[in-house]
Write a protein of this length. Structure first.
Length: 460
C-alpha cells in the first residue's frame, strides 16, 4: 500500500520535471536568438568596437615589466606606451608600439606577448617578422614559425629569409637553410651573410670546393669582415693549401673587429626607440655639464650625441663650440667647418664658426661665416647682432647700423641689438636716434650702466 501510493505520487512530479525541461530548452533557444539580435543591433549602431574591446581585453593583458634601476628615459617611454595600450586596447598600432619599445630594450618575452596581441587584431608581415625576432632568444621554434608567417605574407624582404635560414641552420635543417640563403641572394646578389651561410653549409657537408667558392664571394662582398677569412683558413687548411691559409691569416689580422650586421630597415626603426632614450639621457648629461660649467663633461656628452645622431646638427655644433671654449681654437674651427659642410643649412653652425674665427683674428673668414648664417636664416637676430659687432669693430659703421636694424626687425626687444645700434649711431653723429635706442636699452634692461653713462654724456 505504501509503496503503491509513493509510485502514484511520483508520476505527477516526473511530468512536472519534463515540462520544466521542455520550457527551459525553449527559453534557451529564444534567449540565444535574442542575444544574436542584440549583438547585430549593437554592431549596426557602432557598438562593435566596445564589444571587441570587451572580448579582446579579456584575452590580452598589458605585460608587467620590471623597471627597477632602468634609466628614467627608458621607464618613461615604456610607461607611456603601456598607457596608450590601456587607453586603446583594440588598437593594433598601440600594441605594436609597446612591443617595439620593449624589444628595443631587450624585454623579449613581454615584446613577444605584445606582438601576438597586435597580430590577433591585425596581422601583417612586419609584425610577424618582429615577433620572430622577439622570440629568437626564448623560443626558437616559435621564432621560426613567425618568420615563416612573415614570408607567406611578403616574399621580397631579404632579412626575413636570412633569419629563417639561421633558424634552420640552428636546428640542423641544412637543406631548408640553403634554400632560404639562395632566396636572399636572388634578392641581393652580393649579400655577405647569405654567401657565408652557404659556405658554412657546404663545409658541413665536406663540399670544400663549393664552400671555398661561397666564402671567397663573401670576402669580395665584405673584404674587411672577419668571419669569411676564418672560414677560408679552415677550408684551405683542410685542402692542404697552407700558403692560401697563411694569406687569409694575414688578411684576418688586418680586419677590423666590428661584427657584421644585416642591413635591416625594419629592425632599425625598432632600435630607434633605444637610440631615442639614450639620446635624451646623454642630452640631459650635456645640459647638466653646461649648467655646472664642466666643459670636459660637455665635450664627452657631445661626442656621444654625435655618435648617436650623426644626422643631427646640434651635437656637432656644441662639440666644436665647447672645444673652442677650452681654448683649442684650431681644433674647434676644424670641427665647426666639418659641421657647416655636413649641415650647410644650420645657421648656428655658421654663426659659431664665425665667432671662433673672429676670436682667432681671422676677421675676413669670420665675416663670411656670419653673413652665411643670416643668409641661411634671414630672421636670425643673433646672427645679425654679431655681424653688427664685427662690422662696428672694423669701422664699417653704416653696414653695422644696417645689421643691428635687421636684428631688431627680427626681434624688437633685443636689448643688445638696441645697445649696438645706439653706439653705432652715436659714432655716426646721430645723437637723437642714439638716445632713443639707449632709452630702449634701459626699458628692456633697467640699470644698464653702459646706457646710463652714454645718456649722461649725451646730456640726458
Amino acid at each position: 500500500m505504501f509503496c503503491g501510493a509513493s509510485v502514484q505520487a511520483c508520476e505527477p512530479r516526473k511530468n512536472v520535471q519534463e515540462i520544466k525541461l521542455k520550457l527551459m530548452a525553449k527559453f534557451d533557444k529564444y534567449r540565444n536568438r535574442v542575444r544574436l539580435i542584440i549583438f547585430v543591433f549593437a554592431c549596426l549602431s557602432g557598438g562593435f568596437v566596445a564589444y571587441r574591446n570587451f572580448v579582446f581585453t579579456s584575452e590580452s593583458v598589458v605585460p608587467l615589466v620590471d623597471l627597477t634601476g632602468a634609466p628614467d628615459e627608458m621607464a618613461e617611454l615604456i610607461l607611456a606606451s603601456q598607457s596608450l595600450v590601456n587607453r586603446q586596447p583594440s588598437s593594433a598600432d598601440a600594441w605594436t608600439e609597446l612591443a617595439a619599445c620593449l624589444l628595443a630594450n631587450r624585454f623579449f618575452v613581454q615584446a613577444a606577448h605584445c606582438y601576438e596581441a597586435a597580430i590577433r587584431l591585425e596581422a601583417g608581415w612586419e609584425r610577424h617578422y618582429l615577433h620572430g625576432i622577439a622570440l629568437e632568444s626564448v623560443n626558437a621554434t616559435g621564432a621560426q614559425q613567425a618568420f615563416e608567417e612573415a614570408v607567406l605574407l611578403h616574399q621580397e624582404y631579404p632579412p626575413v629569409y636570412a633569419r629563417l635560414a639561421l633558424c634552420h641552420e640552428a636546428m640542423g635543417e641544412d637543406e631548408f637553410a640553403a634554400r632560404d640563403w639562395r632566396r636572399v641572394l636572388e634578392l641581393e646578389p652580393k649579400n655577405y651573410a647569405a654567401q657565408l651561410g652557404l659556405a658554412r653549409i657546404a663545409m658541413g657537408k665536406n663540399n670544400l670546393q663549393e664552400a671555398r667558392q661561397a666564402a671567397q664571394q663573401a670576402v669580395l662582398s665584405e673584404p674587411s669582415q672577419r668571419e669569411a677569412h676564418i672560414l677560408l683558413i679552415q677550408i684551405f687548411s683542410r685542402l692542404g693549401n697552407q700558403f692560401k691559409a697563411a694569406e687569409h691569416q694575414q688578411l684576418l689580422a688586418d680586419c677590423r673587429g666590428t661584427e657584421f650586421s644585416l642591413h635591416d630597415p625594419i629592425l632599425a626603426r625598432v632600435e630607434a626607440f633605444q637610440t631615442v632614450h639614450e639620446f635624451v639621457r646623454v642630452s640631459r648629461e650635456a645640459d647638466r655639464a653646461v649648467r655646472e660649467g664642466d666643459l670636459q663633461a660637455m665635450i664627452v656628452a657631445s661626442e656621444k650625441l654625435v655618435e648617436l645622431q650623426p644626422n643631427y646638427a646640434t651635437p656637432a655644433v656644441n662639440l666644436g663650440t665647447a672645444i673652442g671654449d677650452l681654448g683649442q681654437a684650431q681644433k674647434a674651427i676644424e670641427l665647426l667647418q666639418e659641421a657647416t659642410q655636413q649641415f650647410p643649412e644650420s645657421a648656428r653652425a655658421h654663426l659659431n664658426l664665425g665667432l671662433i674665427l673672429a676670436r682667432s683674428g681671422q676677421m675676413i673668414a669670420a665675416r663670411s661665416s656670419l653673413e652665411r648664417a643670416v643668409q641661411v636664416k634671414p630672421d636670425y637676430a643673433q646672427g645679425y647682432l654679431y655681424l653688427g659687432f664685427l662690422l662696428q669693430e672694423s669701422q664699417e659703421l653704416e653696414a653695422a647700423s644696417h645689421a643691428f636694424r635687421q636684428a631688431l626687425a627680427a626681434r624688437p626687444d633685443f636689448t643688445d641689438a638696441h645697445l649696438g645700434l645706439a653706439q653705432t649711431l652715436q659714432s655716426l653723429g646721430d645723437r637723437e636716434e642714439a638716445k632713443k635706442h639707449y632709452r630702449l636699452v634701459l626699458k628692456f634692461r633697467a640699470g644698464d650702466v653702459t646706457a646710463q653713462r652714454a645718456l649722461a654724456l649725451l646730456g640726458e
